[in-house]
Design a protein. Structure first.
Length: 153
């Protein structure tokens, strides 16, 4: 990895090629170029279902495990972060609001969200909550920036 001096968020630049997994969402979007944005588009096409993100496509990369894979909560929040940094604020806000509906009665998230909205896997999942916080901060910062520039209500 290399530090990106062209990225306004000051995060790491994307790897030379797309990874095909939700881990790509963690890389810098704002100002890092068309290759990264096309990776974000590929994630949207291949891994996103109703604003929730699968960590990989089991059909393309079979893992040998029985059963189906739920959407991965951490990846869903990283996706919101990436959308916000890419300036796709309406999409980021919609996805963030949608993901929040899957929290339990005290606002906690499990590792995965099942096909009918049930919480699956490790619970509560600390990494998911860290991703929630960073997504909220990134979205808030980008919304504030857009409002200051007159581009958001």
């Amino acid at each position: 990895m290399r530090w990106s001096t062209s990225c306004p968020s000051g995060s790491l630049a994307p790897p030379p090629t797309g990874t095909g997994s939700c881990a790509s969402c963690a890389w810098c979007a704002g100002g890092c170029g068309s290759r990264w944005l096309s990776t974000l588009d590929a994630i949207d096409r291949e891994l996103v279902s109703d604003s929730l993100v699968y960590r990989y496509d089991p059909a393309a990369s079979p893992d040998g495990l029985r059963g189906s894979e739920g959407t991965f909560s951490l990846c869903s929040f990283l996706y919101v972060h990436a959308l916000a940094r890419a300036g796709r604020l309406q999409q980021a806000r919609y996805a963030f609001d949608k993901i929040l509906t899957y929290a339990n009665h005290v606002g906690l998230f499990a590792e995965e969200i099942g096909p009918t909205g049930e919480q699956l896997g490790n619970f509560p999942q600390a990494f998911t909550h860290l991703a929630l916080i960073t997504a909220a901060l990134a979205l808030d910062e980008e919304l504030d920036r857009a409002a200051a520039e007159g581009g958001w209500e």
